[in-house]
Design a protein around this ligand. Structure first.
Ligand SMILES: Nc1ncnc2c1ncn2[C@@H]1O[C@H](COP(=O)(O)OP(=O)(O)O)[C@@H](O)[C@H]1O
Ligand SMILES: CC(=O)OP(=O)(O)O
Ligand SMILES: [Mg+2]
Length: 404
C-alpha cells in the first residue's frame, strides 16, 4: 500500500483521517498506515465553536504543528470544517489520504457495526437527526464536505450506538405498547466508541478485571455509564437519545416524562423550546447558572456551582448502583472522558458514595492522577483510562477499507 519517495525523505504512506464532530468541537487525527497497522501522526481539534473557536494541532510528541483562534463567534461550523480540511491536506506531505472515518452518534436500529458511506446510508442517517439534534447534523456535515472536496474517497461511519446493539432486550426495551417498539422506540445507548476502546485497553492493562463485571463512567460534556460483563454492554444510562441518564454539561439527563407534558401544556412551550431547554440550557449550566464546564464550577465559590457538582456526582453514584445491580456485583470501575480523566475531586466524591460496593479509593493515587486509584485492599479495582475514540475510528476504517 505504500509508495516510495525521494532517497532522503521517509517513505510516503497511506493515511486515514478521523473526524469526531460534536456540538462545540471537531476533534481530528491523522493516522499513517504502517505494516497494516495505524500510527498516529497528528492530533488536533477546533473547540469553542459557537463562542470563540480555537484550532490546535500537535504531533504525537506534543510538538505544536498549528494554532489559530477566531474572535468572530458567528463563524459557521462549515467555514471551520473547510479550514480544517484545507489544513489537513496541506499537512499530508507525501502521504496519500485513502479514507476518512467519522464518529456518527446515532446508527439507529439497523447498524450494529461500522459501515462504508453510500448515498443510501447517508439518507438513513439523516432520518435520525431528530434523535440526536446536538450531534447527528454535525456528524453528517463533514461526510458531505469530504465527498464534495474528494468525490469517491472511501468514508466510514462508526456508530456510538453499535457497541450496545447486543444489550439484553430487557435493558433495551421501553415499556410502551408493542407497536411503538416496531417504530424503533428502544434504548440504544451512546459513547460506544469510547466504551469499545476502554474494554480493549482494559484487556491489556487488567485482563482479569476486563473479563469480569465493570462499570465504565464516561464523564465528559456528554456523560454516561456502561455496565459491562466480559467486555459486553449489559446496560447503559443513555437511551433512545443522548439526553437520558446522567446530569451533563447542558443536558438534564433523566426527567419525568410528565414534566415535559407539563412544560408543553401548562407553560405553553412548543417542542423546539422544550428541546432547547433540555438539551442546551439544563444540566451543570442550568443548575449552576454559571457554566457547563466542570473546571469553572470546581474553581467557583458560588454555592450554586457546588450544588451543580453535587447533583452531577449524586446521579453518577445513583446510576452506578443501578449498574451494579444489573451486573450482580462489581469487580472494576473505570473513569474516562474529560471529567473522568482530569477531575480528581469528582472521582473522589463519586467513590465516597460507592464504598458500600467495596470500592476503596487511594486518595494520594487519585490526586496524583495514577492509573490505578484504589487501595491495595479494595475489593473493586478503580482505574483512570484515557479514552481514544479517534484510534477506534481509525481501526474500524482500516478494517473496512483494507480490501478496497
Ligand atoms: N482538568 C479538568 N478538571 C475538571 N474538568 C475538566 C478538566 N479538563 C476537562 N474537563 C471537563 O471535561 C469536559 C469535556 O470533556 P470531553 O470528554 O472533552 O467532552 P466532549 O463530550 O465534548 O467530548 C469539559 O466540559 C470540562 O468540564
Ligand atoms: C453521545 C454524546 O453525548 O457525546 P458527547 O459526550 O461527545 O457530547
Ligand atoms: Mg466526547
Amino acid at each position: 500500500m505504500s509508495h516510495s519517495a525521494g532517497p532522503t525523505s521517509p517513505p510516503a504512506a497511506d493515511a486515514i483521517l478521523t473526524l469526531n464532530a460534536g456540538s462545540s468541537s471537531i476533534k481530528f487525527a491523522l493516522f499513517r498506515i504502517v505494516d497494516a497497522d495505524i500510527m498516529v501522526a497528528v492530533r488536533g481539534q477546533i473547540d469553542g465553536i459557537g463562542t470563540a473557536p480555537r484550532f490546535r494541532a500537535a504531533d504525537p510528541e506534543g510538538n505544536r504543528l498549528g494554532e489559530q483562534a477566531w474572535t468572530d463567534d458567528a463563524r459557521f461550523q462549515e467555514d471551520l470544517l473547510q479550514f480544517l480540511l484545507d489544513w489537513i491536506v496541506a499537512h499530508l506531505g507525501p502521504d496519500r489520504l485513502v479514507a476518512v472515518g467519522h464518529r456518527v452518534v446515532h446508527g439507529g436500529r439497523d447498524h450494529d457495526r461500522p459501515a462504508l458511506v453510500t448515498a443510501d446510508l447517508l439518507a438513513s442517517l439523516e432520518a435520525l437527526v431528530p434523535l440526536a439534534p446536538l450531534h447527528q447534523p454535525h456528524n453528517l456535515a463533514p461526510i458531505r464536505a469530504v465527498e464534495a472536496i474528494r468525490p469517491g474517497l472511501s468514508q466510514v461511519a462508526c456508530f456510538d450506538t453499535a457497541f450496545h446493539h447486543a444489550m439484553p432486550m430487557v435493558a433495551a426495551r421501553i415499556a410502551l405498547p408493542r407497536e411503538f417498539e416496531a417504530l424503533g422506540l428502544r434504548r440504544y445507548g451512546f459513547h460506544g466508541l469510547s466504551y469499545e476502546y476502554i474494554t480493549r485497553r482494559l484487556r491489556v492493562l487488567s485482563p482479569g478485571i476486563a473479563a469480569g463485571r465493570v462499570i465504565v463512567a464516561h464523564l465528559g460534556n456528554g456523560a454516561s455509564l456502561c455496565a459491562m460483563a466480559n467486555g459486553q454492554s449489559q446496560d447503559t444510562t443513555m437511551s433512545f437519545t443522548p439526553l437520558d441518564g446522567l446530569v451533563m454539561g447542558t443536558r438534564c439527563g433523566s426527567i419525568d416524562p410528565g414534566a415535559i407534558l407539563y412544560l408543553l401544556r401548562e407553560q405553553g412551550m412548543d417542542a423546539d423550546q422544550v428541546e432547547n431547554l433540555l438539551d442546551r440550557r439544563s444540566g451543570l449550566l442550568g443548575v449552576s447558572g454559571l457554566s457547563s464546564d466542570m473546571r469553572v464550577l470546581l474553581d467557583s465559590d458560588d454555592p450554586k456551582a457546588a450544588e451543580a457538582v453535587e447533583l452531577f456526582v449524586y446521579h453518577v453514584a445513583r446510576e452506578a448502583g443501578a449498574m451494579a445491580s444489573t451486573l450482580g456485583g462489581v469487580d472494576g470501575i473505570v473513569f474516562t472522558g474529560g471529567i473522568g480523566e482530569h477531575a480528581a475531586k469528582v472521582r473522589a466524591l463519586v467513590c465516597e458514595r460507592l464504598v458500600w460496593l467495596g470500592a476503596e479509593m487511594n486518595d494520594m493515587a487519585n490526586e496524583a492522577g495514577k492509573d490505578i486509584i484504589s487501595t491495595a485492599d479494595s475489593r473493586v479495582e478503580i482505574r483512570v483510562v484515557p479514552t481514544d475514540e479517534e484510534s477506534m475510528i481509525a481501526h474500524h476504517t482500516l478494517d473496512l477499507c483494507a480490501g478496497i
